[in-house]
Ligand binder design. Structure first.
Ligand code: XYH
Ligand code: MG
Length: 383
């Protein structure tokens, strides 16, 4: 089996999700946006797919990296191919991102799963058939009836419990919200949710990424007293000594790093040096499923949980494979958005929830049920 052909289809679809200047997602007016689908085809006619931004799959990266490393190679040797691609990053002048590597790797693994006719989560370990979901809110906003006040968060938390979620993570207000960040408001939102859900319901906070040590400590002390389960990303993750200081001075588990570069090398430093109490990885943050599995296994060796950043097929595959994660991050959620409506290019979402649980997909590979007809009709360009 050899990789024979690699192509990208860029297509248009409608969305009501918008990103603010800090890159956070919010509800907005419905508009057209573009998505790219990477296709990796083998010489026996099988195809693996993964979706990503057109920027992450632009022709320059396809021709100079993905094709050069994958074409003519056996996709079953995915560790070898991942290493080959990742090692080209240093000389790429910043062009070859972890996200691009992740998309390429996941399309390759999707092909492998189809060749072996097995879901990836099972091929990589098959530890569990289902996983409990926590509802991960969008960041706060100034939308009336949205997430614009502590009471809005409390009200939304009750709705999420009615939908079946077994835990809830707040993302509170951040710039460009006019008065954010604001520790006191974050504490009020966390207190309002604790008041609404009762004292035993698992709650987590994912805070503004740029608080100082003193602000992060004040906020952490408050949510510790409110019985929160973990505390995530209150400071810039490039200062690992700040997180070590915070973890040493608080009892509430510190979770991370989420976005810090450096894949398993950075996370090995956080895990082995007690900079975090719960490790974190996400396929798009560290270059795919393979590095994510390595990070979770390393955390396991330190008796540490490793929670997975974000939803989606790749992260679900990691969760199904490993033992030391407790939750699936289902989101991002908002009172104005119906998360269960799939994007037009999928026949159904990968993560339907039943009684707060997400079942692992049955389809081989990543398990996504792709609407190829929609993509063909709405294709903008193919290369
Ligand atoms: O704010 O849109 C966002 C980010 O995507 C952020 O929520 C991220 O998922 C995260 O921090 N998850 O834990
Ligand atoms: Mg986070």
């Amino acid at each position: 089996m050899k990789v024979d052909n690699i192509s990208v289809t860029v297509f248009s679809y409608k969305t009501s999700l918008v990103n603010d200047t800090d890159g956070h997602t919010h509800p907005g007016p419905e508009h057209d946006t573009d998505m790219a689908m990477l296709s990796i085809e083998s010489d026996d006619g099988l195809k693996g797919f993964c979706f990503g931004s057109p920027q992450a799959l632009r022709p320059y990266l396809l021709e100079n990296y993905i094709k050069k490393v994958f074409v003519g190679e056996d996709p079953l040797r995915f560790e070898k191919l991942w290493q080959s691609l990742a090692r080209w990053q240093r000389g790429s002048g910043g062009q070859l991102s972890d996200k691009t590597i992740a998309i390429a790797e996941m399309a390759l693994l999707d092909l492998v799963g189809k060749k072996l006719n097995i879901p990836l989560w099972k091929l990589l370990g098959g530890f569990r058939d289902e996983v409990p979901a926590y509802g991960s809110t969008m960041c706060g906003d100034e939308l009336k009836g949205g997430l614009s006040s502590p009471d809005d968060y409390g009200d939304f938390a009750l709705k999420l419990i009615k939908q079946g979620y077994k835990a809830i993570k707040l993302h509170t207000w951040m710039p460009p919200v006019s008065w954010a960040p604001n520790v006191k408001m974050d504490i009020k939102a966390c207190a309002a949710v604790r008041e609404a859900v009762g004292e035993d319901f698992p709650l987590m906070l994912d805070a503004n990424h740029w608080y100082s040590r003193t602000e992060a400590f004040e906020l952490g002390k408050a949510i510790q007293e409110l019985g929160y389960y973990w505390y995530e990303e209150p400071m810039d993750e490039h200062s690992s000594s700040s997180y070590k200081w915070l973890a040493d001075n608080l009892d509430i588990p510190i979770l991370g790093p989420e976005y810090a570069e450096g894949k398993f090398h950075t996370r090995a430093e956080w895990i082995s040096n007690g900079i975090c109490d719960i490790a974190r990885t996400g396929t798009m943050d560290v270059g795919g499923i393979i590095p994510s599995i390595k990070i979770t296994h390393l955390a396991e060796a330190f008796n540490m949980d490793c929670e997975i950043h974000g939803g989606g097929a790749g992260n679900l595959a990691v969760l199904g494979a490993i033992s030391n994660a407790r939750w699936y991050e289902r989101g991002l959620l908002h009172p104005f958005i119906d998360y269960n409506v799939p994007p037009a290019y999928l026949h159904k979402i990968i993560d339907p929830m039943n009684n707060g649980m997400i079942r692992m997909p049955d389809l081989p590979g990543l398990g996504e049920d792709i609407n190829f007809d929609y993509i063909k009709i709405n294709a903008i360009k193919k290369y």
